[in-house]
Design a protein around this ligand. Structure first.
Ligand code: SAM
Length: 415
């Protein structure tokens, strides 16, 4: 428990995937004037120093955000994401990396609300202090929200989510991003989403997950497809083929329930570029699929290894927009890079086509160091939260101290 610290992984390829999509989700939400609530069930520390001992030790950002930093040919969605990172690094030197709460702060408006949950005793203090500084900075700039714009809760985000739905404004964007350091996290995500959708079917729910070879991970997307949302969109980014020892986070996915209708086209435009720039060997690839909930008895067989592959549910082929990718019916196994593809097999234009590389900096271990050494069967940290509300105050600890945030003006805040 509590072995996971995001500071080791901040800015890696998985963060790039997650945060560029998060930016797009906010931009879509911002198209309507009505305020919304952003709920981050697993917020982390908020912002990360890339020259901290943790970040330097893992060096993961080197094969993530650092590869995009100097580029002048970014597709629009990546340019918008890199812009958020740039605002934290006005000198031009990449030193700070925004976690999901920071991305949310940059992309929301004064009238929107941020509700952040974090359970780690050290990270909650860092997050609270970082948020306190951020709000002080906004206030200095004259940006004052009515009521508390950002609330930080030292509590279990799976439980906390329930209590916040439906949100007062009847609009919500939810990011679910646990460490998956215990297998039960997969189940907790599914269960929490099932409950959340029951309470608030209209919400947009974005789930990050590590696309590992372990069974829970392989079956996870198919389990999410059965949730009763109107639609889902699923994308994975593999920066390398799987390693022979099964270690290393080479691939991750974002599963979005009730996605913006514009997101698929954005992914199709962006993912080939990401594969090209972040790809570490010939196994680098991406996949995009979308559909409506998978239901019925056939669906129940969809994720079972060895079961005959049958098209199930209502998945439909995504329209061929710009860029390549691979699409599949939900009954087919979604390889998630778990199997190196043979020459010439498979996807249209999804691979990086690069020479294999020796051990890459971003491949030092999976997202969770604990998992790299062997799976833990311990119970997930449910109910461990105090439930006490941290009023964005508290001593500073060792992780990143927040630099001054970008100024937040009142009004639309749209770019
Ligand atoms: N969302 C963050 C970002 O993108 O910057 C990263 C979050 S990190 C992957 C997962 C975080 O969840 C860790 O900081 C961990 O301490 C925290 N955590 C683990 N279990 C939790 C729970 N049940 N509720 C809330 N936070 C939890």
């Amino acid at each position: 428990m509590f072995s996971y610290r995001h500071a080791f992984h901040a800015g890696n390829h998985a963060d790039v995937l997650k945060h560029f999509i998060q930016v797009q989700l906010h931009k879509y939400m911002n198209q309507k004037d009505t305020a919304y609530t952003y709920i981050d069930t697993h917020a982390g520390a908020g912002v990360y120093a890339l020259d901290s001992a943790q970040a330097v030790k893992s060096g993961e950002y080197v094969d993530g955000i650092a590869r995009l930093w100097g580029r002048d040919d970014l597709p629009p969605a990546l340019a918008e994401y890199v812009d958020v990172v740039r605002k934290l690094n006005p000198s031009g030197k990449l030193r700070w990396y925004p976690g999901s709460p920071w991305v949310a702060d940059a992309e929301t408006r004064l009238e929107d609300r941020l509700r952040l949950f974090e359970l780690h005793p050290a990270d909650i203090r860092v997050l609270a202090e970082n948020v306190r500084k951020l709000e002080a900075h906004h206030a200095e700039q004259g940006a004052r929200a009515r009521g508390r714009r950002i609330l930080v809760d030292h509590a279990d985000g799976f439980h906390g989510l329930k209590a916040l739905l439906p949100p007062p404004s009847r609009r919500a964007l939810v990011l679910v991003d646990p460490p998956y350091e215990v297998k039960l996290d997969y189940k907790h995500v599914r269960d929490a989403l099932e409950e959340a959708i029951k309470r608030f079917p209209a919400g947009t729910y974005a789930v990050w997950y590590p696309a590992l070879q372990r069974m829970e991970s392989r079956q996870f997307p198919d389990r999410l497809k059965r949730l009763p949302a109107k639609e889902w969109l699923h994308v994975t980014l593999s920066v390398a083929g799987p390693r022979a020892d099964g270690n290393g986070l080479h691939s991750s996915g974002m599963f979005i329930l009730n996605p913006p209708y514009t997101l698929e086209a954005t992914l199709r435009e962006t993912m080939p570029y990401l594969v090209q720039v972040l790809g570490q060997d010939a196994g680098a690839t991406f996949r995009i699929e979308k559909g409506t909930p998978v239901t019925g008895a056939v669906a129940a067989r969809g994720g079972i290894a060895g079961a005959p592959r049958q098209p199930v549910g209502n998945a439909r082929r995504a329209s061929p927009l710009s860029g390549g990718g691979s699409l599949r019916l939900p009954g087919q196994a979604f390889g998630d890079g778990a199997r190196p593809r043979a020459e010439g097999e498979g996807e249209q234009g999804g691979t990086a086509g690069r020479a294999p590389r020796a051990q890459a900096a971003g491949q030092r271990g999976p997202r969770n160091e604990e998992t790299a050494r062997g799976e833990r069967a311990a119970a997930a940290p449910r109910g461990a939260g105090t439930g006490s509300r941290t009023q964005a105050r508290g001593p500073r600890t060792e992780t990143a101290a927040a630099p001054r945030g970008p100024s937040k003006r009142g009004g639309s805040g749209r770019s």
